[in-house]
Design a protein around this ligand. Structure first.
Ligand code: ATP
Ligand code: MN
Length: 463
């Protein structure tokens, strides 16, 4: 097929008075005397290209006059300066080819605005709308910006496995992967005999690539893994997906402070990149989704993040005079309402809470000298709550194995992880950034289901 320029390029470079051909989908059509105005998009930018189709076209009455929203066409003609308001250039068509019709009586998307709930029911088509198309472009840009950030700083990307036999945080939240026939499970002593399963033992979808990333941090220094992760938790909230993307950097010769510095630098980099490269999309979100978006993005860039200990955070919450649904006391896990009070009400900017009680954090976090807290850090964002969870890792063999035993973890299947402490152990640290929560913050989208193409949530795979 003929290679045609993308509409974004045409709108930027404006190759006037030259013959060009564009291909795309019709956003809308308006008929006037002797001609039709076609608003054409090809997905490359929010703005479409206005195409003017005169009734002198050979197929005007047979084809062009029947076009409707969603039809796929090619238009060939000259690009000229537009006399009308609202666009700088327009294409005067000499030829229009119809690739695909979209009968208006059944095509679900019309020119009017649809609710996000409705659009979720047509997840396979919603990328064609202004808002979901814009989200997809921001998502792609942020993904690229992540790669740039780490590659510029000498980090190596590791592709950690999606199928895992090591359970990072707790068996209840994992999806089992099996090739056994569920109708006819092999039993041994009344339990499923996993020795006859594909891997010879229970396997599941990963909840985090961290442990594997640690192995490579202790070989290549600074690494990151960025890919899908899975949680079978039944959290039907606007911040949880069953399948989501996580970015997990891991750094050798690094402590908690270095970890926080990197995380803060990364979040600021991503927002600055988005402002510089997705201006058109952000303007749409500010106009239709969240009018405070520019101020909230700017607020992150302009301020140092607040850093305070869990113990001080609890004091602040206790002194707030607020009635929380979950009462506050030293030792509790912070709930979303607490996180939001700190980031939105009290400090009104991102907050990093460090040194959580060791009883509420996983075994791999480094125990502090007080023997009560661990070198953990959560970054709380206004409007989002926890966007990053990280820690300095326990690098001392004895302390780590003692904590694993306490947590009831089967040491036999973690010998490889303990080896990293047996041989050439070093202080190291890392964190996990929920990619969809980052996109939510950057776009102002209220529901996490609307920042991933085909959301997987309890009871739904969106198609
Ligand atoms: P939360 O308390 O919000 O459920 P978590 O503490 O279980 O999150 P971590 O295990 O620390 O999450 O994962 C690291 C990051 O991954 C979180 O800070 C968050 O941004 C993101 N994340 C965690 N669970 C989900 C999920 N179910 N859907 C989307 N993002 C998630
Ligand atoms: Mn967390």
């Amino acid at each position: 097929m003929e290679k045609t320029p993308r509409i974004k390029t045409i709108l930027t470079e404006k190759p006037l008075n030259r013959d060009i051909c564009v291909q795309g989908w019709l956003k809308s059509k308006r008929d006037s005397k002797g001609l039709s105005f076609l608003d054409l998009t090809d997905g490359s930018s929010l703005s479409g290209l206005q195409v003017i189709a005169p009734e002198t076209l050979a197929n005007y009455h047979t084809d062009v006059s029947r076009l409707s929203t969603g039809c796929a066409i090619a238009a060939r003609g000259q690009l000229v300066a537009s006399p009308a308001k609202g666009q700088e250039v327009e294409l005067h068509a000499r030829e229009i080819i119809v690739y695909g019709w979209a009968p208006p009586e059944s095509y679900p998307l019309q020119k009017k605005r649809h609710s996000f709930e409705f659009l979720r029911s047509v997840a396979h088509l919603r990328g064609r709308t202004n808002s979901l198309g814009a989200v997809a472009r921001v998502r792609s840009r942020l993904s690229w910006a992540i790669q740039q950030f780490f590659q510029q700083r000498g980090f190596f990307q590791i592709h950690t496995p999606v199928i895992t036999t090591s359970d990072c945080e707790g068996a209840g939240e994992m999806f089992t992967v099996t090739s056994l026939d569920l109708q006819q499970l092999p039993l041994a002593n009344g339990a499923v005999d996993f020795s006859r399963d594909f891997f010879g033992r229970p396997a599941s979808l990963t909840v985090s690539g961290q442990l594997e990333a640690e192995a490579y941090a202790l070989a290549l220094g600074n690494v990151y893994t960025f890919g899908p992760t899975f949680r079978a938790e039944n959290s039907n909230t606007s911040r949880h997906l069953a399948e989501f993307w996580m970015l997990e950097p891991e750094m050798a010769f690094c402590d908690l402070e270095g970890d926080m510095d990197l995380a803060e630098e990364l979040l600021k980099f991503l927002i600055a990149d988005c402002l510089a490269n997705c201006a058109e999309e952000l303007e749409l979100f500010s106009r239709f989704i969240d009018k405070d978006l520019p101020a909230r993005l700017d607020n992150v860039l302009r301020h140092d993040f607040v850093r305070l200990s869990y113990t001080d955070a609890v004091k602040e919450l206790e002194q707030s005079g607020r009635e929380f649904t979950f009462p506050v006391a030293w030792g509790i896990d912070l709930q979303s309402e607490h996180e939001r009070y700190l980031a939105e009400t009290l400090f009104q900017r991102p907050v990093i809470v460090i040194d959580y009680p060791k009883t509420i954090k996983p075994f791999y976090m480094r125990v502090n000298d007080d023997n009560k807290t661990v070198a953990a850090m959560d970054i709380l964002f206004p409007g989002i709550g926890e966007i990053i969870g990280g820690s300095q890792r326990e690098e001392r063999l004895e302390v780590l194995s003692a904590r694993m035993e306490e947590a009831g973890i089967d040491l036999a299947s973690y010998q490889w992880y303990l080896d990293l402490r047996r041989y050439g152990t070093v202080p190291h640290a890392g964190f996990g950034l929920g990619f969809e929560r980052m996109i939510q913050f950057a776009t102002g989208m209220a529901n996490i289901r609307d920042v991933i193409a085909f959301p997987r949530t309890p009871g739904s795979t969106a198609m």
